[in-house]
Design a protein around this ligand. Structure first.
Ligand SMILES: CC(C)(COP(=O)(O)OP(=O)(O)OC[C@H]1O[C@@H](n2cnc3c(N)ncnc32)[C@H](O)[C@@H]1OP(=O)(O)O)[C@@H](O)C(=O)NCCC(=O)NCCS
Length: 153
């Protein structure tokens, strides 16, 4: 399979990578702001961005999937949030979403996290199926958001 998974590092982050990641973020949320190098670097200060590159035999390599593991510190310990999980439409149902999620779980274990949290809207059928199949348990809790006046960067 011509796919390679890696954690992004700021020193290997190229303009071409960012150009690949922008449409991916739009597939996750059409309202997503334009992704910048600074934004990715800020995310990497508090977590890891894992990507999958497709290396076709007859062309250039491109990032076709990504996911973020956010480090969370609280008084009770360290846990992680899974965010930004998306696989390019043309590369779905080949096991890449599961591979990405598995890679985040492996890193969370290495970083000493006690658990991983995520939210996924009910209409995201593929994502909800994937997480439940991989052993994520639905929690009995209320999710709240307080909206502030600041705009997305
Ligand atoms: C969710 C997503 C990341 C899954 O990626 P993927 O590479 O297609 O998933 P995989 O091939 O690894 O499949 C893993 C599991 O997901 C589920 N799944 C994948 N596609 C599905 C579909 N179209 N319908 C129902 N379940 C599906 C299955 O349970 C599958 O397990 P199986 O192969 O044993 O049946 C991808 O569909 C996506 O990017 N969706 C849009 C963005 C999104 O919703 N992100 C999640 C935000 S919380």
């Amino acid at each position: 399979m011509p796919y390679f998974l890696q954690a992004l590092k700021s020193f290997i982050l190229s303009d071409a990578d960012i150009a690949d990641m922008r449409p991916l973020l739009s597939q996750l949320d059409p309202q997503a702001p334009k992704l910048t190098k600074d934004r990715i670097k800020q995310v990497m200060e508090h977590g890891r961005v894992v990507i999958i590159r497709h290396h076709p035999l007859d062309g250039n390599a491109h990032i076709v999937a990504m996911a973020t593991l956010v480090f969370k510190e609280q008084l009770m310990g360290r846990f992680g949030l899974i965010e930004d999980v998306v696989v390019d439409e043309k590369h779905r149902q080949k096991g890449l979403g599961r591979w990405l999620t598995q890679a985040l779980i492996a890193r969370a274990e290495i970083f000493g996290m006690t658990h991983l949290d995520l939210t996924s809207r009910p209409h995201r059928t593929a994502a909800n199926n994937m997480y439940e199949k991989m052993g994520f348990l639905r929690r009995d809790t209320n999710v709240y958001r307080f909206v502030l006046k600041n705009k997305r960067p």
